[in-house]
Write a protein that binds this ligand. Structure first.
Ligand code: PGA
Length: 255
């Protein structure tokens, strides 16, 4: 079965409620029945308003940028998957390198979040990727394997197929630098293969693998042509509707 491409806009800490509604309106206005899943991830404070607006615009799906693994309780400042589900979030980004780097998110926390997301019937977009030093010292595959192994350790094969894995080299995020096509192809191949070993080949073949890191409307078509890449996780460029639209449309120009 063909994997449906998915383009995710990670807005990070950008977008007041007003800006969110404006961005979504502009995006929806120009989006013509996309053949890809289009997902936006505004900040928590905008999710509810986005949810209300998107009830009339079902072509755009909603993601959260993070979640806690518990359903509720004394965790000041946290948001659970139950709350995300209530406002029709379909996806949740988990283990983004900025969370690992600035908020000390460990592989163990990522593992619990992935398990909790799956239990709440949210689709995790699990982010993995090597740092510049790890790449330079030839450890990229070790890092990808270790992050995948730990993050997915609580997920049985029966629940793995909807999980989305985003390959995001830490050094490519927000830097304007990207790996070569060959490097992305090789990482994506490694990820698919490892998922096949972790589960089995049919399961691995249904899981979507994204590339993320300095994606823009010029390079997106190239990345979408790379074997085993099923979509993109876009940061900065997703804040501009015309750029994000071009990225969504580059799927067509690439085939
Ligand atoms: P970027 O961010 O596109 O701004 O590099 C990607 C990401 O962090 O998901």
């Amino acid at each position: 079965m063909a994997r449906k491409p998915i383009i995710v806009g990670n807005w990070k800490m950008n977008g007041t409620v007003e800006e969110t509604l404006k961005l979504i309106t502009e995006l929806h206005h120009k989006l013509e029945s996309p053949e890809v899943d289009v997902v936006v991830a505004p900040p928590f404070t905008s999710l509810y308003s986005a949810y209300v607006m998107l009830q009339e615009m079902p072509t755009i799906k909603l993601a959260a940028q993070n979640m806690h693994w518990e359903a509720e309780g004394a965790y000041t400042g946290e948001i659970s998957g139950v709350f995300l589900k209530e406002i029709a979030c379909d996806y949740v980004i988990i283990g983004h390198s900025e969370r690992r780097q600035y908020f000390a998110e460990t592989d163990e926390a990522v593992c619990k979040k992935v398990a909790s997301a799956v239990a709440q019937e949210l689709i995790p977009i699990l982010c993995i990727g090597e740092t510049r030093d790890q790449r330079a010292s030839g450890k990229t595959e070790n890092v990808l394997e270790s992050q995948l192994k730990k993050a997915l350790s609580a997920i049985p094969m029966s629940e793995a197929k909807n999980i989305v894995v985003a390959y995001e080299p830490v050094w490519a995020i927000g830097s304007g630098e990207t790996p070569t096509e060959k490097e992305i192809e090789s990482a994506a191949y490694f990820i698919r293969n490892y998922l096949g070993r972790l589960y089995d080949a049919p399961t691995a073949n249904t899981m979507r693998i994204l590339y993320g890191g300095s994606v823009n409307s010029e390079n997106s078509g190239i990345f979408l042509r790379i074997p085993n890449i099923d979509g993109l996780l876009v940061g900065g460029a997703s804040l501009f509707p015309e750029k994000f639209l071009k990225i969504i449309e580059s799927r067509h120009s690439s085939s």
